[in-house]
Design a protein around this ligand. Structure first.
Ligand SMILES: *[C@@H]1O[C@H](CO)[C@@H](O)[C@H](O)[C@H]1NC(C)=O
Length: 417
């Protein structure tokens, strides 16, 4: 009943059963539950090879996020899984059959018929890192000291992924500095230097780094930013700088199965942020997390309706510098840490020992214009609703052109690191 009322008031409703079955239920008017036809297979969007590949690596990204979030249930999570996927995809060039298929399964390549995945990956990287997207991502494979690498591995790696492998010197000071310099160069100095030493027992270390600073399509008025309560849970709250727009135009939908209000705000450069805000204050976002897939996000993107809202959004500046090793071990990739076959890289027996991720993500009031673009005006006058990101929420930064997941965050406390 409640969902129906919101339907009448806002004209926006996400159909039931939207999560696991990304099939018909989000398609316009509720489709019969019995069709059993997988919509994502038929959607022309996913017929474009680069979009299909983006969906696959993004599904890996949602898996990685779920594991990472499960490992830290009471902490913020910030991830740009694409950089980790890229390092893995690049590494698969050096993997023999069974090891290659493990990586391909984790990246959902087994569902792709495209014979030239690595060529398409190059296209994907070029698209998502185009200058106007304000998104930087880079990946690198680092090998144990003195390892001799076959040139037949290096050449295709450079061709498709634009990256050269690095071989450690064994001097931890020199190695850390070299990696920091590489990160600085790739991220144009936007990421802080790491002080975390390169572990001495490295055999293969994957490094993925990313940076994003959002530019809203409609900027916030800094004079309307003020300290307001952010509810950490049912009992505790903290004061944080909260931006607000009393007449925001955004895309909105209520998912009555997930008990969450979904909103999308466009950014400049063909990207958007999708927020998942539970209807009641809770740190337990499991149900939303379980539903996240490329196909679900694609459906949301098509189904949300443009509305007017009283909007508040906390200012945000988060960074991450740490391992994702344990997370990778938990998503079908344990075999890479045991006895993988990387004989296309070297004659020596090597294995994955670490995966590291460094990321920084930021939004404030900055944006393109003071008013929203004409194509985002509500079709008819709607009841203005309230959308306050003043309690734990999840956000997804999505590339509009390819559908790729660029960043994902679980914000339990906006003050967090
Ligand atoms: C979180 O919510 C899920 C789904 O509603 C539930 O199964 C789970 O037990 C909850 N976890 C905690 C720690 O409360």
């Amino acid at each position: 009943m409640q969902a129906l009322m919101l339907l009448l008031w806002t004209g926006a409703l996400l159909g039931g059963g939207s999560c696991q079955n990304s099939a018909g239920s989000l398609e316009g008017s509720p489709a019969p539950e019995t069709t059993g036809v997988s919509v994502e297979e038929e959607d022309p969007f996913f017929k474009v090879p680069v979009n299909k590949l983006a969906a696959a690596v993004s599904n890996f990204g949602y898996d990685l996020y779920r594991v990472k979030s499960g490992l830290s249930p009471t902490a913020n999570v910030l991830l740009s899984p694409l950089s980790v996927a890229t390092a893995l995809s690049a590494l698969s060039l050096g993997a023999e059959q069974r090891t290659e298929s493990s990586i391909h399964r984790a990246l959902y390549y087994d569902l792709i018929t495209n014979p030239d995945i690595h060529g398409t990956y190059k296209e994907l990287l070029a698209s998502v890192t185009a200058a106007q997207k304000n998104f930087k991502s880079a990946s690198r494979i680092i090998f144990e000291r003195k390892l001799r690498i076959k040139s037949s591995f290096v050449a295709p790696l450079e061709k498709s992924y634009g990256t050269r492998p690095r071989i450690l010197t064994g001097n931890s000071q020199v190695d850390l500095q070299e990696v920091n310099n590489w990160v600085q160069a790739q991220m144009k100095g936007k990421l802080a230097k790491s002080t975390r030493e390169i572990p001495s027992e490295v055999s293969i270390l994957l490094l993925g780094v990313a940076y994003f600073k959002g530019q809203w399509a409609t900027r916030f008025d800094p004079r309307k930013t003020s300290l307001q309560d952010f509810h950490l849970d049912e009992d505790r709250s903290v004061k944080v700088p909260m931006m607000s727009d009393p007449k925001a135009v955004l895309r909105y939908g209520l998912d009555s199965d997930l008990n969450c209000k979904i909103a999308q705000l466009p950014l400049t450069g063909s990207t958007s942020i999708i927020f998942f805000l539970p209807q009641k204050v809770t740190q337990n976002l499991t149900m939303i997390e379980e539903s996240l897939t490329s196909e679900f996000i694609h459906d949301i993107d098509r189904e949300l309706k443009t509305v007017r809202a009283v909007l508040t959004v906390p200012k945000l500046k988060l960074s991450y510098d740490g391992e994702v090793t344990k997370s990778l071990q938990e998503i079908k990739l344990q075999s890479l840490f045991d006895s993988p076959d990387f004989s296309k890289i070297t004659g020596k027996s090597i294995k994955l020992t670490q995966a590291e991720h460094r990321a920084s993500f930021e939004w404030n009031e900055d944006g393109a214009g003071p008013t929203s673009s004409p194509e985002l005006q509500p079709a008819h006058i709607t009841f203005p609703l309230d959308y306050h990101l003043n309690q734990p929420f999840i956000f997804v930064l999505r590339d509009t052109d390819t559908g790729a997941l660029l960043f994902i965050g679980k914000i339990l406390d906006p003050r967090g690191t």
